[in-house]
Design a protein around this ligand. Structure first.
Ligand code: GLN
Length: 599
């Protein structure tokens, strides 16, 4: 096993995760099998209890692991399935050491950070790196390890110490350190400044780690003399200094690495030159370029709670993007803070109310993502009502499905106080209830989590067709509440159709309105399994419906994703007119419009 460690310096938010995923992708393109590990030096055991508003979304794995969103980047870029142990946290390491201490494994010894914690970190890495994640047997060839945070953080010290020992232990030719740093350009003189990088490399060296490759984030390509200076001061060969300058969408990052021969530098350090082939990135390159050329818009209203931080819904946005590329549309996201749709806002802040409703009405499709807590729930119910009554394409995910069911019970069955017991414990019409197996006392890891099977109940429904007429589908879950099975007959008699259920038939997984152009709610989170060339079926359905292509997709029988080998399709002329006030957000390739997004 060979290891590539990716560290970050100067500031956080440099795109270390995307860089590490891109390194993995390019190595995979060279014919190697790649796995990855993300180290998060915080004390939480996992990301499950962390606020998406602070940390971005909680990504869910097949095995139910609730992990950092970077693992989503790895899964999407490398098309692999990771396990919960591929995300290491300080909490997990300490817990394992303390458990051992209680069992008596260290009997008689003083348990210390060095060597006990540092040993536990190294053992964890070696054990997890060997788990196959690409569906093949046996361990991968290379494991990309990303160390979260920046060099100098107090919390990452034990990890750096452990990784220093580890590099020594696995030996030269088996370990390559890529340090991602920032080269700022001072506006006044337009000069690329190397000092911050020099300082962070010095920090790295002082802790016993020597970088083999420098990946420098900068607005433009690094000048020759700047690279010379970095090479000299940081003791890194000139050809191992790579610039990651700003690109139009993140799919270009692996191409930047390839164009600057980063793979050759890494393969040389890892002694793999004889084994690897030239990177095969044909399809990837075509998709990155194709995405830049899209111009006919599709506008999706995202009715959520955390509209201030796009990372809170990262996988949903990626899934929308994958589907939009498949439908040859340029994706515009209209952020609609759910609570702004509520009647209370009409009095408190009429401008916000008007703007939220005009964004919702102007969109081609509506997406209500998952969520917890009662803020904005009434707004989400109103969004579902608007989409249902106005035949606007709607996709509700998890809470977005539950609110659609509540809305239907209120409006169509006339149950005015219909609700989820999550929001009103005393409702007379509980159409969404707490699941019997949940825990009311412990929050961490106690939801219905991970991959579960959904069986289609009828063949002739949109979801089954979009999923390629399979009899079942495995998708990832993260919820405590579910549709009340006692109320299902009533809801079905009134026209709501539960087209997907679990193996017992008592748990509702997919709901549809057959007479509506596209109205689907899913209890699971399909966004976690969407991939750049393989968009998620129900997202594809939403974008296809929102851009007038759904019938064509459904007629194809199976929803065949955009494939480059079929030739790049001609782009139709633009008809709808572009929205105003466009902001090119941090997720390149997606355009945002509307309230509250920090860019
Ligand atoms: N709060 C709801 C539940 O626990 C929905 C969860 C979600 O959207 N992920 O069931």
């Amino acid at each position: 096993m060979k290891y590539v460690l990716v560290t970050g310096g100067v500031v956080s938010g440099l795109g270390k995760g995307v860089t590490a995923s891109s390194i993995g992708l390019i190595l995979k393109a060279c014919g190697l099998r790649v796995t990855s590990i993300k180290i998060d030096p915080y004390l939480n055991t996992d990301a499950g209890t962390m606020s998406p508003f602070e940390h971005g979304e909680v990504f869910v794995l097949d095995d139910g692991g609730e992990v950092d969103l970077d693992l989503g980047n790895y899964e999407r870029f490398l098309d692999i399935k990771l396990t919960r142990d591929n995300n290491i946290t300080t909490g997990k390491i300490y817990q394992s050491v303390i458990d051992k201490e209680r069992r008596g494994d260290y009997l008689g010894k003083t348990v210390q950070v060095v060597p006990h914690i540092t040993d536990a970190i190294q053992e964890w890495i070696e054990r997890v790196a060997a788990i196959p994640v690409d569906g093949k047997e046996g361990p991968a060839d290379v494991c990309v390890i990303e160390l979260g945070g920046t060099i100098g953080d107090i919390e990452s010290m034990p990890f750096i110490e452990a990784l220093g020992q580890f590099s020594y232990r696995v030996g030269a030719g088996n370990f390559c350190l890529v340090h991602v740093s920032l080269v700022p350009v001072l506006n006044v003189v337009g000069e690329q400044k190397t000092k911050p990088t020099q300082h962070s490399v010095r920090g790295l060296r002082s802790q016993g780690l020597m970088p083999n490759i420098l990946a420098c984030r900068s607005t433009t390509e690094l000048e020759e003399q700047v690279k010379d200076k970095l090479s000299q001061f940081c003791h890194v060969p000139f050809e191992n200094i790579i610039t990651l300058y700003d690109v139009s969408n993140i799919w270009h990052v692996p191409l930047l690495l390839r164009d600057q021969k980063a793979h050759e530098a890494i393969l040389k350090v890892l002694d793999l030159k004889g084994v690897a082939c030239e990177p095969a990135l044909g399809e990837w390159t075509a998709r990155a370029k194709f995405c830049d050329k899209l111009h006919e818009p599709v506008r999706i209203a995202m009715v959520g709670k955390y509209t201030g931080l796009s990372d809170s819904y990262l996988s949903v946005l990626k899934a929308l993007l994958h589907a939009s590329v498949a439908c040859r549309r340029k994706l515009y996201i209209d952020w609609v803070p759910a609570s702004d749709l509520e009647i209370a806002t009409a009095q408190e802040n009429p401008d916000a109310y008007r703007s939220a409703w005009s964004l919702l009405k102007g969109a081609d499709g509506v997406l209500v993502p998952g969520g917890f807590g009662d803020r904005g729930v009434e707004g989400k119910i109103l969004a579902a009502k608007y989409a249902r009554e106005n035949r606007k394409p709607y996709l509700g995910i998890c809470l977005g499905m539950q609110t659609a069911v509540i809305e239907f019970a209120r409006s169509v069955l006339g149950m005015q106080d219909a609700n989820s017991t999550e929001f009103n414990a005393h409702t007379r019409n509980p159409c969404v209830i707490f699941m019997p197996e949940g825990s009311k006392t412990h929050m961490g890891g106690t939801m219905r989590l991970g991959s579960r099977r959904t069986y289609f109940q009828v063949k002739d429904c949109k979801s089954a067709k979009l999923y390629g007429n399979r009899s079942f589908v495995d998708e990832r879950h993260r919820h405590r509440y579910e549709v009340n099975p006692e109320m299902v007959p009533l809801l079905e008699d009134a026209g709501l159709c539960f087209t997907g259920k679990d193996e017992t038939g008592r748990r509702m997984e997919i709901v549809e309105l057959p007479q509506h152009p596209y109205f689907i709610g899913v209890q699971f989170h399909p966004e976690f399994k969407s991939r750049p060339g393989k968009p998620s079926a129900v997202f594809l359905g939403l974008i296809a419906a929102a851009s007038g292509q759904l019938d064509a997709w459904l007629k194809k029988g199976t929803a065949k994703p955009y494939a480059v080998s079929n030739g790049i399709p001609a782009i139709k002329p633009h008809i709808n007119g572009t929205p105003t006030k466009l902001v090119n957000g941090p997720l390149d390739g997606i355009y945002y419009n509307g309230n509250g997004l920090h860019v």
